[in-house]
Design a protein around this ligand. Structure first.
Ligand code: MIC
Ligand code: SF4
Length: 640
């Protein structure tokens, strides 16, 4: 049997382990990326490792929070620039664009491995890279030359056939897959796309699909590197970095799904989950108050040319606020030069900065109960900044249809001529907003008062006594655990940010943990299925750790969040019997005895002292991960 593409790339980077589903492999990392909201912690951790210059091709982006409402944000940016300069990291200034869009354009390379402290890092899988979202600590270790460990996944092949009909977009393909596979239960899977349908899908369209693999919860998604990829590299003046990469014809897969592109119709993910997908036709007629095009999912040159062509000579509906955030300076500059930007402005669109902005709740919060149609990838409750905001996820085509009519509208019924968007043969190349590092060891790293030390955990005690501080249900996202938006500016200040853990779920959470601490008890989080979906933000582990959380008891845990918990020394256990989830209550006091021994078993017994019973839990960590947890996290483990 031949090899699939994932296996080919991993075997070229394999440092330890066997490539079998479920076993841990260590791999060499070629490239890393970070963004401002999670970069500061990654670089503070990197500094703590004492390595002078990174061993990887690394880029530090500023794209998430550029509002600079107060000194914190600007201070963080200056810290990032100086620390990058000193340690050999390229620095992409605010305004240069969204990390995944820029990385795809300027740094991606078929066959390379990339990890990034952002869950949408798999976007670069569009050009045949193995690109994965991880916690900042893992990025720090890779930059220092250490291996990256992952559980070898199962490979799901998605065979695409035929081609999309007019007005049906790449976004509709990935929404269709979300309908089929949902956001739950795909941990430990990698998606490889193949089939004749590839021929008609351009690199930016492929990137929309790999980008939202993050919402499926898969480890990564990848496309082969073919002639379409070559054309993209040529147009980016980087043809020499291209190489062809295909799976073997008789490659092995764990599962195969067929998807007929000609049957895909405009789709819409309804509040409050990316897998709550219906057809646009089913939701048509709903009044819309806000439309936003942008984010790392849909802000490419192709997308914005489509938007401009649909807007040309028309006006945005009087009741709609329509914002457009181009994905990168390259995109913005090109649409400015070819007149497309003017068509947007004339139609009444609001031109926003080339950043994540609205997507991460930095501005553009919708009105009370407002319906907002967006081209991005997440519509978790409250993420927009308005708790009762109703966010729907759609293609740029469907966005414009709503912006013009004021209602959810299937773009096929608008009666417009379908624009023929031709991708440029040459993109505008100007990398002047990427600052090359001096690697000068005497550079003074700027540290504003908002930047603290990364807190360390203590080793796991031999007898762990803890109290359940919160019990939550299924599909708790990292946005529930560690809200972004207005609190983003505290990302470098853990003691301050920790006050907001579970802020919108139980505002008393931090206080309860502090109370447990006073009584000499650790805290426990109890959760349902798919705990920790969404963002890679390690603060969702780091801040609970700071508050004294030592154990997560859940029905299941998502990959990146699970890895972050281990990195910060929080033990994750899953219920052997769901009935035990039902029985346990907030405030219950729990005990795990003989931790050194207990943690090395696949079954760990937990005593519920309050209710007077003991129950069994599963521990699925690898031996290395168990040792990390015992040490109280990766920093302690590495030091040891
Ligand atoms: C997101 O889309 O949720 C973010 C903001 O990009 C996060 C990173 C973060 O929390 O800073 C992600 O996806 O990892
Ligand atoms: Fe930025 Fe949104 Fe993409 Fe996250 S999902 S990287 S916030 S654009």
């Amino acid at each position: 049997m031949g090899q699939n593409l994932f296996k080919k790339i991993i075997s070229a980077h394999l440092l330890s382990g066997t490539m079998e589903p479920g076993s841990e492999v260590g791999i060499r990392i070629d490239q890393t990326l970070t963004q401002d909201a999670l970069g500061t912690m990654a670089y503070l951790q990197f500094e703590a490792m004492g390595v002078p210059v990174v061993t990887t091709k690394s880029v530090s982006y500023v794209d998430h929070n550029t509002l600079q409402d107060g000194f914190e944000n600007a201070d963080d940016h200056r810290y990032l620039q100086t620390v990058a300069d000193k340690h050999g990291i390229k620095y992409s200034k605010a305004g240069n664009g969204i990390c995944h869009q820029v990385h795809l354009e300027r740094f991606s390379r078929p066959g390379d491995t990339l990890i990034g402290s952002d869950s949408h890092t798999p976007t670069c899988g569009a050009v045949g890279m193995v690109a994965m979202g991880v916690g900042g600590m893992d990025v720090a270790v890779a930059m220092a030359g250490g291996p990256f460990y992952l559980t070898y996944p199962k490979i799901l092949r998605v065979n695409l056939k035929e081609k999309l009909k007019p007005w049906c977009a790449a976004k509709d393909i990935i929404l269709e897959l979300l309908k089929i596979l949902t956001t739950k239960g795909n941990v430990g899977t990698v998606i490889e796309y193949g089939g004749d349908g590839l021929e008609s899908l351009t690199v930016p369209e492929r990137a929309t699909i790999t980008n939202m693999g993050a919402e499926l919860g898969v480890t990564t998604s990848l496309f082969p590197s073919d002639e379409m990829t070559r054309a993209f590299f040529k147009a980016q003046a980087r043809e020499e970095e291209w190489q062809e990469l295909q799976p073997d014809r008789d490659a092995e897969y764990d599962r195969i799904i067929e998807l007929d592109l000609s049957e895909i119709v405009p789709n819409i993910a309804c509040p409050h989950s990316p897998d709550n997908v219906r057809t646009v036709k089913e939701v048509a007629g709903l009044e819309v108050q806000q439309v936003l095009v942008g984010s790392c999912t849909n802000s490419s040159y192709r997308d914005l040319m489509m938007v401009a062509a649909m807007l040309k000579g028309r006006k945005v509906h009087p009741n709609v606020s329509f914002g457009i955030a181009p994905g990168s300076k390259q995109v913005l500059s090109m649409i400015a030069q070819n007149g497309a930007l003017q068509d947007m402005i004339a139609a009444g669109a609001r031109i926003l900065e080339s950043t994540c902005g609205f997507c991460v709740g930095c501005g553009q919060a919708p009105q009370t109960k407002g319906v907002s149609l967006r081209s991005n990838n997440r519509n978790f409750e409250g993420r927009s900044g308005t708790k009762d905001g109703q966010v729907y996820l759609v293609s740029p085509e469907t966005c414009v249809a709503a912006a013009l009519t004021g209602k959810v509208t299937d773009p096929r019924v608008l009666g417009l001529e379908y624009p023929n968007i031709v991708l440029p043969e040459v993109y505008e190349i100007d990398d002047s907003m990427v600052i090359q590092p001096s690697k000068d060891q005497i550079v003074a790293v700027f540290r504003g008062p908002n930047i603290g030390e990364p807190p360390k955990n203590s080793p796991m005690p031999e007898q762990l006594a803890a109290k359940v501080a919160i019990k939550v249900e299924d599909k708790i996202t990292t946005d529930h655990i560690m809200p972004a938006g207005p609190y983003l500016k505290y990302r470098s200040n853990v003691p301050k940010y920790a006050n907001y853990v579970f802020y919108h779920v139980d505002p008393e959470f931090a206080v309860k943990c502090a109370h447990n601490k006073e009584q000499g008890l650790a805290s426990v989080i109890v959760a349902g299925l798919s705990y920790g979906q969404g963002s890679s933000r390690e603060h969702a582990a780091l801040c609970p750790m700071y508050l004294g959380v030592r154990v997560l008891l859940a029905k299941s845990v998502e990959r990146i969040h699970g890895a972050n918990l281990t990195n910060f020394g929080i033990l994750q256990l899953t219920f052997a019997d769901d009935a035990d989830y039902e029985r346990i209550q907030t405030g219950d006091e729990l005990v795990v005895d003989n931790m050194q021994q207990a943690i090395m078993q696949d079954k760990v017994w937990v005593r519920n002292v309050t209710q007077g019973y003991a129950f069994e839990t599963n521990c699925t960590l690898t031996r290395r991960q168990r040792e990390i947890v015992l040490c109280g996290g990766l920093l302690n483990y590495t030091a040891k």
